[in-house]
Design a protein around this ligand. Structure first.
Ligand code: SF4
Length: 656
């Protein structure tokens, strides 16, 4: 059961060849054992669709009755076979009837109606089979594979994605078929979140009701980045109260996706029945559009706010002492011999040390945030900045003329109501040109509480820049990643936040240190310390929300039965040679059938085009066809060089 307040279901998709019955059954069982409540299997042609029966029978024989979903692209015939066998079929409205030619065509209204009629003819037989067999259907739009018709009329926009699904949904409803789930996936969390929200509004406006939603970020990649991207997209919507089933698409074994899904879902299972939201005042009218990105207007205090990219504040206050070596974890490497600092692209902009004044000269761009009493003792006030609580700032005798951080708790208790005590202090700091607000909340729905405070700021035209303070009291690395990505990502996607500062409660911090000591607990992580992990996460969240680009972006498909090479190994190889190319987007896609369409806005594409063959793309354009896979990574590097985006890795180090 999906939707209508049933628990949020978690699912994944097999990566085996669907014709290999035993391999597919074994992998499906591993996914089910990990907790998958639905398992999707690709059916690229009639043969695979027919083989779903053998797979299903073998699973039932082994005692597994988890619903199976057939994944269909381009082949209505396969869908019609699969719909008689499995519990659900997924169709992609971008390619179910239309063959994509990447053509922009002028459609008159009459042409458009004619095309819809063509879809009806091809789609209604499937709807009828689904009705007869009690089979469910997902109308699954992908940002990267919209039909030429939709692209010509709407472009690759959220509204185009919504319309793509609505064309099919209207036909299904017209046939009185309602066993439907919808999805609006994109590899860009911002597009994906806007499209789902728009879909919900469109369904309510048109039908007065809403069908269940399946949430996912496509081609999210692997490791930390894949988890963060997924959590930002899926988590933001779950925070909105949207989403009935989820899939995290990682370029990893499918059973590894399930614990990540479960970590996302359990955040809402633990938050009770919603009554605790009552301390957050209701919103009458939101002063921003949830359907498009627009950064909140702020003035700049130092390098925070205004036109500056969001800053990262590293919290080193839990270290027993701080020496030059400790700054390495946040992007500053000190060379004793030359007495110089090397700054990486992911170097924190500020560091919070609590009560500690550092006893060594700081790298040029780094500033230190300390408590007010410590700030008074600091000799170089250009390097040290005080952080107050709101009451402390209101009453402080000494403040910085240039920049002060002021912490504000948002609606943790009913005392946080706008016309209450906090609001009194808010008046003191409002539009003070030397104040950066630091918003956080101990409310059980902290993101919602902080977002509510942003609404107050906007309604009252308070334009101080804001740093999002997110503390995590979770236990595992994935739980922390998901927490930071959801709490900060959901706000950044709506243009809220001019900086981030992530931290952990004392207990979580100790636990995370212990996790890092066990090599097995670190698995995919590249971080060497808790501080490095948090710093990397902060930059990854900014990158995934596209608010600050500091590294290469990878769009890699999760792989499936169509995949023509080892995606995990190849992704790792490509990452190893290109991960210093800040801002370049590289797609690594398993097949030529869906890959080019689904690699979205990647700058370069590495796509499997046949056994042992790779086709390289620049944007959507093929530049090297059928390159032998042994030399394909090298050829990709050559392509990057030919296009002047390649730099040797040592060139990026910057000495000061
Ligand atoms: S792009 Fe990847 S996941 Fe999508 S169909 Fe091709 S191989 Fe499968």
């Amino acid at each position: 059961m999906v939707g209508n307040f049933h628990p949020i279901r978690v699912q994944t998709m097999t990566t085996t060849d669907t014709m290999d019955t035993i391999a597919t059954v074994d992998q499906t069982i591993r996914c089910i054992e990990a907790g998958a409540e639905l398992v999707r299997i690709t059916a690229p042609s009639r043969r695979e669709a027919e083989n779903l029966l053998n797979i299903k029978n073998e699973l039932r024989k082994r005692g597994y009755d988890t619903p199976l979903v057939a994944d269909i692209h381009f082949t209505p015939n396969a869908a019609e076979i699969a719909a008689r066998i499995v519990e659900k079929v997924r169709v992609n409205p971008g390619n179910y009837v239309d063959k994509k030619k990447f053509e922009l065509i002028e459609y008159t209204d009459a042409d458009y109606v004619e095309e819809i009629e063509r879809i009806r003819e091809r789609f209604i037989p499937l709807v009828k089979i689904c009705k007869e067999y009690g089979t469910a259907m997902r109308i699954g739009t992908n940002h990267g594979s919209l039909s030429d018709r939709i692209m010509s009329r709407y472009g690759d926009t959220p509204i185009g994605m919504v319309e793509s699904a609505m064309e099919f949904l209207r036909i299904a409803r017209n046939q009185s078929y309602h066993n439907v789930v919808l999805s609006m996936k994109s590899s860009n969390p911002q597009v994906m979140v806007q499209a789902y929200r728009l879909l919900v509004r469109t369904m309510f406006d048109e039908f007065g009701e809403c069908y269940p939603l399946h949430l996912g970020v496509t081609e999210a990649g692997d490791g930390e980045d894949g988890r963060i991207k997924s959590a930002i997209g899926i988590g933001s919507l779950l925070e909105d109260g949207l989403g009935d089933t989820i899939r995290v698409s990682l370029t990893e074994d499918p059973e590894l996706e399930i614990p990540v899904c479960r970590d996302m879902v359990k955040r809402y299972q633990q938050q009770g029945n919603g009554n605790e939201q009552s301390t957050i005042p209701a919103v009458v009218k939101i002063p921003y559009s949830p359907f498009e990105y627009k950064r909140r207007e702020t003035f700049a205090v130092n390098n925070i706010g205004g036109h500056h990219v969001p800053v990262v504040i590293a919290d080193l206050s839990k270290l027993p002492s701080i020496g030059p070596k400790d700054l390495q974890s946040i992007g500053y490497t000190y060379d004793e011999v030359t007495d110089k600092w090397t700054i990486s692209d992911t170097a924190a902009d500020y560091v919070f040390t609590g009560h500690t004044i550092l006893n060594f000269p700081l790298p040029g761009t780094l500033k230190v945030i300390v408590y007010p009493a410590t700030w008074l003792l600091a000799e170089d006030k250009t390097k040290y900045i005080p952080i107050f609580d709101d009451r402390g700032y209101a009453k402080a005798e000494f403040k910085s003329n240039e920049i002060n951080f002021v912490m504000l708790d948002c609606f943790t208790t009913a005392n946080g109501l706008p016309d209450d005590v906090n609001a009194g202090y808010l008046d003191v700091v409002a539009n003070d040109p030397a104040v950066v607000l630091c918003l956080s909340s101990l409310h059980s729905h902290p993101m919602t509480a902080v977002r509510r405070m942003f609404i107050d700021l906007m309604n009252r035209t308070i334009q101080n820049p804001v740093v999002l303070i997110v503390d995590s009291n979770w236990h595992t690395t994935d739980e922390h990643l998901i927490h930071y990505a959801t709490e900060a990502g959901a706000l950044l996607l709506d243009g809220m936040g001019e900086g981030v500062c992530f931290g952990m409660t004392q207990e979580s911090y100790k636990m995370q240190i212990a996790n890092f000591r066990q090599v097995s607990g670190r698995n995919y992580l590249q971080s060497q310390s808790v501080e490095q992990f948090i710093n990397n996460t902060a930059f990854s969240v900014l990158q995934a929300t596209r608010t600050r680009i500091s590294k290469t972006e990878y769009i890699s498909c999760p792989s499936c039965g169509r995949t023509l090479f080892d995606l995990q190994e190849t992704t790792a190889k490509i990452r190893a040679v290109t991960n210093h190319l800040k801002g370049v987007k590289i797609a690594i896609m398993g097949c030529i059938v869906n890959g080019p369409g689904e690699m979205a806005d990647a700058d370069f594409g590495y796509v499997g085009s046949g056994p042992g063959k790779i086709t390289l793309y620049k944007g959507k354009e093929v530049v090297k066809r059928n390159v032998p896979s042994e030399i394909a990574v090298e050829e990709l590097v050559n392509l990057l060089k030919e296009n002047d985006v390649w730099i040797a890795s040592q060139q990026i180090l910057q000495n000061i």
